[in-house]
Design a binder for this molecule. Sequence first.
Ligand SMILES: NC(=O)c1ccc[n+]([C@@H]2O[C@H](COP(=O)([O-])OP(=O)(O)OC[C@H]3O[C@@H](n4cnc5c(N)ncnc54)[C@H](O)[C@@H]3O)[C@@H](O)[C@H]2O)c1
Length: 253
Amino acid sequence: MNLEGKTAYITGGARGIGKAIGLRLARDGAAIGILDLSVEAAATTVSEIQALGVKAAAAAGDITDYEATKAAVAQLQDALGAPDILINNAGIDKAEFFVNTTPDQWAKLIAVNYTGFLNSSHACVPLMIERGGGAIVSLGSDAGRVGNSGEVVYCGTKAAVMASSKALARELARHKIRVNCVAPGPIQTDLLAGLHEAEKGKKIMEAVANMIPMKRIGVPEDVANVVAFLVSEDAGYLTGQVISVDGGLTMIG
Ligand SMILES: NC(=O)c1ccc[n+]([C@@H]2O[C@H](COP(=O)([O-])OP(=O)(O)OC[C@H]3O[C@@H](n4cnc5c(N)ncnc54)[C@H](O)[C@@H]3O)[C@@H](O)[C@H]2O)c1
């Protein structure tokens, strides 16, 4: 894909899927702005992206905090210019049966996964409208489409991101901004590794890999490749869609 001259902001771009998206969009020629809690990891990722020959910058920020998100976006704008592309990627998860969870845990999941999506979209959309168009891709999840045991609240937050993205796609089409989601199945990242206690997690993942028609857990690059398509001109007539990236695990119609 050719993204030369484009600028992409990625929340949670310091590691995992967000980092793979940053590296991929950079290879396609985009300048990359990373908004992440983790300053150190973000700085390392920025160096790796700059080594590919494109501009990159990081801004520390917590997407659960509206003012902090706006300040971080302003910092990225100073460094790189306004965004053409926004990737709402930052998210958290922890597997636990619903009856064993607490309202504080629900509030944290909702704050990062859904309010964070609202905050970063609200901070960036006016800049994209002013720029005359763009593309937003947000990280939903297969779990938010089919439900997952141990992820009752997480599933709700991801369903909310996917539903709001469709509504946003309708509002922003007139501004030439396309809004889509990817819904990954299990992808090998620190988040996935931290879902369960190590030995139990290994057994669950072996069983899940066996259920996947392609017989493997995904890697961050599997998601990044689809995101690169969705933000490119090749997807110019595609908006309001949710694309599962899961080796055929759910095959939702
Ligand atoms: N890994 C999977 O199996 C999987 C599957 C489906 C969907 N997803 C979604 O993909 C996205 C990325 O997941 P990942 O596996 O790469 O996770 P990860 O934990 O490896 O990376 C998440 C990044 O987000 C940042 N972050 C977390 N909270 C933040 C906050 N409040 N403000 C700013 N940054 C914050 C972290 O510092 C980290 O760099 C998430 O939205 C996740 O829900 C992941």
